[in-house]
Design a protein around this ligand. Structure first.
Ligand SMILES: [Zn+2]
Length: 123
């Protein structure tokens, strides 16, 4: 005679060989199958293995995880703004150097043409 166990989910007595252990106790094959099908439908099986206190801990831990995600997004946004501003500043510096160099060179070339024999006067 097979040993019978009571399923903690449906409370049926079933042979021990057709059971599995969950966080709440013995579960029969039909209840395990229902739980597997529920997973395929996208339902969570966390309640099969965790008690309400453990689920509360998961909920708090997930809240902290989400807050960390928000903080990371804020840091990413700040890094994006800072890097954009830094990139713009470097771009403006490069353009400024080109413009100043071009303008000064052009003035020097014109001055050289206008005053080819210019000399420094000293007393
Ligand atoms: Zn069952």
């Amino acid at each position: 005679m097979p040993t019978l166990e009571t399923c903690v989910f449906c409370h049926q007595d079933v042979p021990e060989s057709s059971t599995e252990m969950t966080g709440h106790g013995i579960r029969c094959l039909p209840c395990s199958t229902k739980a597997s099908l529920a997973v395929l439908e996208g339902k969570s099986r966390m309640g099969d293995h965790l008690n309400p206190t453990e689920l509360d801990a998961v909920i708090v831990r997930c809240k902290h995880e989400m807050m960390s995600g928000v903080g990371t997004l804020i840091l990413a946004g700040a890094a994006f703004v800072i890097s954009s501003l830094l990139g713009f500043a470097i771009l403006a510096s490069g353009a400024g150097l080109i413009a100043h160099g071009y303008s000064t060179r052009r003035q020097a070339l014109e001055a050289k043409k206008s005053f080819p024999s210019a000399q420094v006067v000293s007393r």
